[in-house]
Design a protein around this ligand. Structure first.
Ligand code: AMP
Ligand code: ZN
Length: 463
């Protein structure tokens, strides 16, 4: 299996540190508001990667942090007149609900920054002891010139002239690397924790170094996030962790998901193209969204638009129709043919996914499988046993994708009121009340449906 590593800009053979186990960390959301569809893209992409690794029998320890103290949190809590803790609780609850609806399996651990202040202070103290961090009147900073590998991940040249300059904010330009805050001394009215440097709060980057170490160790296998985090956030994580614990590399494989834009533009509140996850879920079937994301490479940039989701929804429906046909297959043949189709499709699927989770190639193989399967189904003689082989494979795929439906539907869409009459008729027949049963049959007919009594119960068709 190969993965593309941002750190080396190459595809590399995937060999986890511990055989059969994978430690994986993905930067989580800052919970100052509901999640947005960019988050949904990144967490769906990594959920598919995690589930594929599990499909390959790896035991995955998957950690996603929650940033519950941050400049954006303080600003928003101030606006709403509540504490950052109340703001976080509210948005975390919503985020967990959103993840579930999007079909994202809950990570093994979702640590919150405010519950890891001790671990953060420990690291900052060690960095200061090692002489790579220094205290000023407003905080503690990491001196990037003391870490010789600084800039390697983001491919950024550190100019001597700009080192030693400090930045107040956590996000800054790629062209302008500067010493970054590990600890921020608190200003009047800001949330704070006691520390060796007085009351304050962590800088943004240190949380991921401290929490990944706590849950995955000083060296682990996969670290992810979207491309926006390569620099400075991930660059800074490497500097902090490797300078503190002296183990290189801190992360074996850096994986970055492509950014999601809306109709060709970066999402932003001022452009009016900002879509939250609750807004997405109100408008679209979450399974169609997941299908859309699953057909694209995790590294590709995504352009979100209504048409793309509508198309995904249609394609998903086609798969579910194939599944329905398989569920009602009653013929007598094609076991050998379907067995061969499945074996072939599985092989191509795994080979595509083993190549840096190449979903577009994986789906090419699956579409080919679907079209061949459909032509066999069209001949009408697929046996139950043959159908079971195909269904088994689709269920296997569903352990990764989670959007197929295997529930057997009655052949036609029957309105609720008609279904209620059918149910009443069933009860009447059970009580051998045939007069009532005939009356209900007429009522059903008036509504445009026919019922036939078969050995398997009532069969409904359009009149
Ligand atoms: P944030 O809440 O901005 O700290 O981001 C949390 C996670 O979502 C990080 O892994 C980001 O890289 C990712 N992310 C943020 N915005 C987008 C976007 N528009 N498209 C894809 N991923 C995003
Ligand atoms: Zn992070």
């Amino acid at each position: 299996m190969k993965v593309y590593n941002t750190a080396t800009r190459k595809e590399e053979e995937f060999k986890p540190t511990k055989k059969g186990e994978v430690g994986m960390y993905v930067c989580g959301p800052t919970v100052y508001g509901p999640g947005h569809i960019g988050h949904a893209r990144t967490y769906t992409a990594f959920d598919i990667i995690r589930r594929y690794l599990e499909y390959k029998d790896f035991k995955v320890n998957y950690v996603v942090n929650i940033t519950d103290v941050h400049d954006d949190m303080i600003k928003e809590a101030g606006k709403q007149g509540i504490t950052i803790f109340a703001l976080a609780d509210k948005n975390i609850e919503l985020f967990m609900k959103d993840l579930k609806e999007l079909g994202i399996k809950e990570p093994t651990k979702m640590p919150r920054v405010t519950q890891h202040i001790k671990e953060i202070i420990y690291m900052v103290e060690r960095l200061q002891e090692k002489g790579v961090a220094y205290e000023t009147d407003d905080g503690v900073y990491f001196a990037i010139e003391k870490f010789s590998d600084y800039g390697k991940l983001g491919n950024v040249k550190v100019k001597k002239s700009v080192t030693g300059t400090r930045v107040e904010t956590d996000k800054y330009d790629k062209e302008n690397p500067m010493d970054f805050a590990l600890w921020k001394k608190s200003k009047e009215g800001e949330p704070s924790w006691p520390s060796p440097w007085g009351a304050g709060r962590p800088g943004w980057h240190i949380e991921c170094s401290a929490m990944s170490t706590k849950y995955l160790g000083t060296q682990f296998d996969i670290h992810g996030g979207a491309v926006d985090l390569v620099f400075p956030h991930h660059e800074n994580e490497i500097a902090q962790s490797e300078a503190c614990f002296g183990k290189k590399p801190f992360v074996k494989y850096w994986l970055h998901a492509g950014f999601l834009n809306v109709r060709g533009e970066k999402m932003s509140k001022s452009l009016g193209n900002f879509i939250t996850i609750p807004e997405l879920l109100e408008k679209f079937d979450p399974k169609a969204f997941r299908y859309f994301i699953s057909t694209l490479h995790y590294r590709s940039r995504i352009d979100f638009n209504d048409e793309a989701i509508a198309q995904a929804s249609k394609n998903l429906e086609k798969w579910n129709n194939t599944i329905q046909e398989l569920l009602s297959a009653q013929g007598s043949g094609f076991e050998k043919e379907i067995g061969a189709l499945v074996a072939n499709a599985r092989k191509s699927f795994i080979s595509a996914m083993d190549d840096d989770f190449n979903l577009p190639n994986a789906w090419a193989a699956l579409y080919d499988f679907q079209s061949k399967l459909n032509s066999l189904l069209a001949q009408g003689s697929v046996s139950k046993k043959a159908a079971k082989i195909a269904l088994g494979f689709l269920e296997e795929l569903n352990s990764i994708f989670g959007f197929f439906s295997f529930e057997k539907k009655s052949g036609i869409a029957v309105p609720k009121d008609v279904l209620e009459l059918v149910k009443k008729r069933e009860d009447a027949r059970a009580k051998k009340n045939f007069a009532e049963s005939d009356r209900l049959r007429d009522l059903i007919k008036e509504k445009g449906y026919l019922v036939a009594d078969t050995a398997q119960g009532q069969k409904i068709s359009k009149a």
